[in-house]
Design a protein around this ligand. Sequence first.
Ligand code: FPP
Length: 249
Amino acid sequence: MTVKPTVLQELPADLECERLPRHVAVIMDGNGRWAKQRGMPRIMGHRRGVDVLKDLLRCCRDWGIQALTAYAFSTENWGRPSEEVEFLMTLFERVLRQELREMVQENVQIRFVGNLQALPQSLQEEIARSVELTQHNQSIRFTVATNYGGRQEILQACRAIATQVQQGLLQPEQIDEAVFERHLYTAGICDPDLLIRTSGEMRLSNFLLWQMAYAELYVTDTLWPDFDRKAFYQALSAYQQRDRRFGKL
Ligand code: FPP
């Protein structure tokens, strides 16, 4: 790993551990701009972005956060130049292969959400292997959204539920939030409490649309490759100052 946690190994003393988010989601934006600012090709920003994500995962585990979800590739990202898409697919596969041993050792459970069937076969195989080998791990739950789209996720849940109704297995009046959630890719994972988006864009970009209903949103101008533990600490400090009312008084 090239990003070294030289600072903030432990939870900063002014953060209250009982008021940490249980689940943090990240939109890792700004890799291309970070590289461009340095006169480097965009892919260098993605490479550096992987190191930042790895340290954030460790940081969440070190500080007692139970779940981290990262938006690695959206259904819209296929529209990027083919060389960049190919680079990203190869990068995901290589990172998974290289990091699997450490994830097993560090007790990380990895999971993927999205339409995985559309990914290259070799990547699908690497995904299946990493999910299987880490499925019983418990230190942190790490979810990677790959070929993920929130609207598509909701549509496929509707289709699956409609099929059950058609087959007489479910009555329309039995469809409630719990039934719906069981048909989402994220079934069994608690909703994010905090969404962090880097590089200043104020958008959800089709990410976890259902699950984000009550998430606190934190947007920082920091570009993803510069998002270090100090920046994460600032996000958590801001989160702890929020008054989460969930629509109540
Ligand atoms: C957005 O920045 C970033 C991405 C589309 C890719 C993010 C992926 C990683 C960091 C790799 C994660 C790897 C694994 C295995 C989970 P951008 O390219 O849109 O940047 P820009 O807005 O500056 O152009």
